[in-house]
Design a protein around this ligand. Structure first.
Ligand code: BDR
Ligand code: CA
Length: 307
């Protein structure tokens, strides 16, 4: 049976490739894609979603949502993803279904669905926290997969803050402490795999679809990684988190207590995990602690290379 999913996203180059990977995955049925404020303001993320769906010529149209621009003062990440969020390609957008408010759409799917629903959260958690706020009574939520947090590696938005959590720490805290099944795919994992120019060779003959999109977006992303991360390769954070729903056997998780610092003058947006062997804290989430890196990398490249 296919898994029903909602993708919450702020495309973003790695978001675009995560969406492409999931569109190429027969194991999932994408019920909705909701655009979040993050790499770009929410309305610009929405435009990216339309562009990606148009480029991929997605026939089974998911429902579309758009979130609120919150927090208004937070920095975007255009320097990593391009001014349009998609490597300055300014792809045409043929698909422009009406977008509902994201929190309304997510909460109505969670309460109205017959099948269990998994949320794949690839952006700051504003839309998800807003949706949980609206939900009353029972839902069909199976799990929330969150790309976010940095436990034992440096942050990428502050010394200790991972971008998605750092951008809206209060919402991240709400989701993590919601009591719902949450699996965190942290920067510790997503930065443990480096995709190099050699890996991109797999896309060199792609004429359409995900492979061609990857070929168009990755050179810009690589330049940004060279410039800002001093890395001769790229981290595909969101495709790694997305792969968890279709290739769970490649991931190892553990139950843990996690929380988000929302007050610290220097540490606001830090994710804290209690790794003490005799922790008195009751676990509140599952955390990915290891992956079969080679197999996961090959899986992601193969899924993206499919036309
Ligand atoms: C996360 O931040 C964003 O820039 C990426 O799209 C990813 O979701 C990684 O920290
Ligand atoms: Ca993202």
């Amino acid at each position: 049976m296919t898994k029903k999913i909602i993708i919450d996203t702020d495309p973003g180059i790695d978001d675009a490739l995560a969406i492409a990977l999931l569109c190429n995955s027969p194991e999932v049925e994408i019920a909705a894609i909701t655009a979040a404020n993050g790499n770009l303001p929410a309305e610009d993320s929405l435009r990216s979603v339309y562009r990606i769906l148009s480029f991929l010529r997605v026939s089974e149209k998911p429902m579309i949502g758009v979130g609120r621009d919150w927090p208004r003062t937070a920095d975007d990440a255009r320097h990593i993803h391009g001014n349009d969020g998609l490597a300055n390609t300014y792809l045409p957008a043929f698909t422009r279904q009406t977008a509902e408010p994201a929190s309304k759409l997510i909460s109505s799917i969670l309460t109205g669905s017959r099948k269990p629903v998994t949320i794949v959260a690839l952006a700051p958690l504003t839309n998800i926290a807003d949706a949980l706020d609206r939900v009353e009574g029972k839902t069909k939520l199976e799990r929330i997969i969150v790309m976010g947090g940095a436990f034992h590696v440096p942050g990428n938005a502050s010394p200790v803050g991972e971008f998605n959590v750092f951008h809206d720490p209060e919402s991240a805290r709400t989701v993590i402490n919601s009591g719902l099944p949450v699996t965190i795919v942290p920067l510790d994992i997503t930065t443990s795999i480096v995709f190099t120019v050699r890996d991109f060779d797999v896309f060199s003959h792609s004429k359409a679809g995900a492979g061609k999109l990857a070929r168009m977006l990755l050179p810009f992303y690589l330049q940004a990684h060279r410039r800002y991360h001093k890395l001769d390769g790229v981290h595909l954070h969101d495709p790694i988190a997305a792969a968890l729903i279709v290739a769970a056997e490649l991931f190892t998780t553990k139950k843990a207590w996690v929380d988000v610092e929302t007050e610290g003058e220097i540490t606001r947006g830090q994710t804290v995990i209690d790794d003490r062997p005799f922790s008195p804290k009751a676990p509140n989430v599952d955390v990915v602690t290891a992956v079969d890196a080679e197999a996961l990398k090959n899986f992601i490249l193969a899924r993206l290379a499919e036309e």
